[in-house]
Design a protein around this ligand. Structure first.
Ligand SMILES: NC(=O)c1ccc[n+]([C@@H]2O[C@H](COP(=O)([O-])OP(=O)(O)OC[C@H]3O[C@@H](n4cnc5c(N)ncnc54)[C@H](O)[C@@H]3O)[C@@H](O)[C@H]2O)c1
Length: 269
C-alpha cells in the first residue's frame, strides 16, 4: 500500500520519501514504485518525460530522521497496532512542528493512535484502497482531537493526488471495510462449509451480484493476514460475535498462505 501511495503522490508532482524496515525491503519498494510509474507510461496515461520527472521526486530512507522536512507523513506499515504506535511515537519526535501524520490503517481507531502524538490534533486517518493507483476512493477519518486545519489539508491532499475523499467517523473498520471485510469473511465460511468451491463462490458474486472481483480473490489481493487483522479489530472493538473471523481464514494465515503476496491463497498466482 505504501508503494501505491508513493506512486500516486510522485505522479502528482509531490516530493516523496519512501521508508521501510530494511534496505532490502526499501529497495524492493522503490523498484515497485518506479515500475508502477513505467506502467502508467505503457498505458498511455502519462508521457515518458513526465514519468522521468516524477521518478526524480522519489527518495528512499530507512531512517525516520529524513522526514524532518516533510509536511505530511503517511504511515502504511503492517496492520498491527503495536507497530503503528511505535512508528507514530518515533515520527512525532522527528517531524517539524506543524507537520501532519496520517495512518492508512484499515481498522484501528484513529483517536487511539493519535494519543501517541504530542499534539493529537495533527493526526488523521487517510485510508486508501488497493491497488492505490487504480482505486479512486480515500476515506478520511477524524479522531476526536483532529483539528479542522488537519482535516482540510488532508482532504485537499487526497484531491491533489487524484482521489475522491469521503469523510467517515472514527469507528472500527470505518465505513467501507465494516461492510466489505465481513462479506469476505462470510465467503470464507461458505468455502469452509463446502457449499461451493473458491472459483464458484467468486464467479457467483461476480455474475450474481455484479462484483468486479470475487470475495476470495479480493481477500488474496488484500492479503489474508491483513483481512484477519481487520476482522480481529472488528470482533474485539465491537465485542460482537457476528464479526468472528472464519477459522479457515486463521488457518490459511497460520500456514503462510497470505494470497498474492506469497503466491498462494484461495487461488494460486
Ligand atoms: N492490503 C490492502 O488491501 C489494504 C488496503 C487499504 C489499507 N491497507 C492498510 O495499509 C497498511 C499496509 O498494508 P499492506 O497490505 O501494504 O501490508 P504489508 O504487510 O503487505 O506491507 C507492510 C509494509 O510495512 C513495512 N513495515 C513493517 N513495519 C515497519 C516499520 N516499523 N517501519 C517501516 N515499515 C514497516 C513492511 O516491511 C512492509 O513493507 C495496513 O495498515 C493495512 O491495513 C491495506
Amino acid at each position: 500500500m505504501g508503494c501505491g501511495i508513493a506512486e500516486v503522490c510522485v505522479a502528482s508532482g509531490l516530493d516523496v520519501i519512501l521508508s521501510d524496515v530494511s534496505a532490502n525491503s526499501l529497495e524492493r519498494g522503490l523498484e515497485k514504485v518506479h515500475a508502477g510509474i513505467e506502467r502508467q507510461v505503457s498505458k498511455g496515461k502519462i508521457s515518458s518525460t513526465d514519468a522521468k520527472s516524477a521518478s526524480a521526486h522519489l527518495w528512499g530512507s530507512i531512517t525516520f530522521d529524513d522526514f524532518v522536512a516533510c509536511d505530511m507523513v503517511i504511515e502504511a506499515a503492517t496492520e498491527d497496532v503495536e507497530i503503528k504506535e511505535r512508528i507514530i511515537r518515533e515520527l512525532d519526535k522527528v517531524v517539524k512542528a506543524g507537520a501532519l501524520i496520517a495512518s492508512n490503517t484499515s481498522s484501528v481507531s484513529i483517536t487511539a493512535l493519535a494519543t501517541k502524538m504530542s499534539n493529537p490534533g495533527r493526526f488523521i486517518g487517510m485510508h486508501f484502497f488497493n491497488p492505490v493507483p487504480v482505486m479512486s476512493l480515500v476515506e478520511i477519518i477524524r479522531g476526536i482531537e483532529t483539528t479542522d486545519a488537519t482535516y482540510e489539508a488532508t482532504m485537499a491532499l487526497a484531491t491533489r493526488v487524484g482521489k475522491t475523499p469521503i469523510s467517515v467517523k472514527n469507528s472500527p473498520g470505518f465505513a467501507v471495510n465494516r461492510i466489505l471485510i465481513p462479506m469476505i469473511n462470510e465467503a470464507i465460511f461458505v468455502l469452509q462449509e463446502g457449499l461451493a468451491s473458491a472459483p464458484e463462490i467468486d464467479a457467483g458474486m461476480q455474475l450474481g451480484a455484479n462484483h468486479p472481483v470475487g470475495p476470495l480473490a479480493l481477500a488474496d489481493l488484500i492479503g489474508l493476514d491483513t483481512t484477519l487483522a481487520i476482522m480481529e479489530v472488528l470482533y474485539r472493538d465491537f465485542n460482537d460475535s457476528k464479526y468472528r473471523p472464519a477459522p479457515l481464514l486463521r488457518e490459511m494465515v497460520d500456514a503462510g498462505r497470505l494470497g498474492r503476496k506469497t503466491g498462494t491463497g484461495f487461488h494460486s498466482y
